[in-house]
Design a protein around this ligand. Structure first.
Ligand code: F0G
Length: 379
């Protein structure tokens, strides 16, 4: 298996000479690509939208803005089929649900899990029930869950109360829980760490990512450790998790009853995978810290304006974290730093519009357009 995986390693490529161009092999989705390292047993139970194989983009403009001596890569998880990293875990969780004969799935969600569960359940022919905190899920995510045919239930409360309810429901009724408490979700999500190592040919020095319910930091740490154990890498990254200051239970060491942040995806006060996030932090000699909403929005705008990459605010927190750690001078020359951008910015167009220059309206006259060009040049 080791050889097979080694052969499959996808190094970051330079230009491909015309003479040697061949069609790239079809990507089979994370379950089939990492078959030996995942729990799905039967080929016929695989439910996939060919998730994974997302770009790992080197960001020179950000490097110049933050620290030209580091190599900064962004893993664009918003380019998965439902536009977030959740699809990696959902393909495994839904495939296992099919394998085990389940007819329905349930989750609580700040939006992305519900969008992904709804899509994969639709593909598998299962009924999805998604519980969302009333009034605090962005429009893109809500519309996905609805159009994929999930039964959408708005809970009069926050994410934490919705999660409590679905946990109880999954205990009492014949329905499969597909939150990241389901270990198959973690198994699927660890494949992002595999892909990063495959692309770089080694593990990074630091891995920055947002922490909400804390499943993803748990999954990445598992993935990095498994690659080390099977000999495909020789080191581990320091795991750097970030929470929003108004929703930072792990940083504060206590449940936050009324979590608040502009980053609605990580508006969580009592994370399910709290303990394993602490283990990832401590075993990797990393950190879990918090940044303000202002820092999140500054990073969100920097990403969009200087690299052309639109990620949702919760995702931009990983870049805000790099900026914060640069101020503390933690990086050494040549450090390879990876940030996961967990979800696409189009999930939440309201936030993009609110933080941008508003459109200028003109009559269809060339001189009016010319006046605008002149104005722009003077800036
Ligand atoms: N980034 C985005 C865009 C998310 O949607 C989430 C979690 C996270 C980061 C945090 O990941 O929970 O594994 O620590 N979203 C969940 C949801 C809670 O319901 O969609 P985590």
């Amino acid at each position: 298996m080791e050889q097979k995986l080694k052969a499959a390693q996808r190094k970051i490529a330079g230009p491909v000479p015309a003479a040697s161009k061949t069609a790239p092999p079809l990507w089979p989705g994370v379950i089939r690509y990492y078959w030996d390292l995942l729990p799905v047993k039967k080929q016929q139970s695989v439910v996939t939208l060919l998730e994974g194989n997302t770009p790992l983009v080197r960001c020179g403009n950000l490097e110049r803005a933050i620290n030209p001596d580091m190599q900064l890569y962004l893993k664009l998880e918003g380019l998965n089929p439902t536009c977030s990293f959740k699809d990696r875990g959902m393909t495994v969780a839904i495939s296992k649900a099919v394998e085990e004969g389940s007819r329905a799935v349930i989750c609580a969600s700040t939006g992305n899990t519900s969008a992904s569960a709804a899509a994969y359940a639709a593909r598998a022919g299962l009924q999805a029930y998604v519980l969302i905190p009333q009034g605090s899920v962005s429009l893109g995510k809500l519309s996905q869950a609805m159009i994929h045919g999930a039964r959408v239930i708005e809970v009069e409360g926050n994410f934490d109360s919705a999660l409590g309810l679905v946990k109880e429901a999954a205990r009492r009724f014949p329905i499969t829980l597909v939150n990241s408490l389901n270990p198959h979700r973690i198994e699927g999500q660890k494949t992002a760490a595999f892909e990063i190592c495959d692309s770089l040919g080694k593990a990074p020095d630091y891995h920055f990512l947002p922490v909400g319910n804390a499943g993803n930091i748990t999954a990445y740490w598992k993935g990095y450790n498994e690659y080390l154990e099977i000999g495909l890498t020789t080191s581990l990254p320091q795991m750097m998790g970030f929470q929003a200051a108004g929703a930072a239970p792990i940083v504060l060491g206590k449940i936050v009853e009324d979590p608040r942040t502009i980053a609605s995806a990580i508006r969580i006060g009592n994370p399910a995978s709290w303990k394993s996030a602490l283990a990832a932090r401590d075993e990797s000699k990393g950190a879990i810290e918090m940044v303000s909403d202002e820092e999140i929005i500054a990073a969100y705008k920097l990403l969009a304006g200087s690299e052309g990459i639109l990620a949702e605010p919760a995702s931009a927190i990983s870049v805000a974290g790099v900026i914060r750690k640069q101020k503390e001078r933690v990086f050494r020359k040549g450090d390879v730093v990876v940030c996961t951008l967990t979800g696409h910015g189009l999930k939440d167009p309201d936030t993009a519009i609110r933080h941008s220059t508003q459109p200028t309206r003109i009559a269809p006259k060339l001189e009016l357009l010319e006046a605008l060009f002149n104005e722009e040049e003077k800036k």
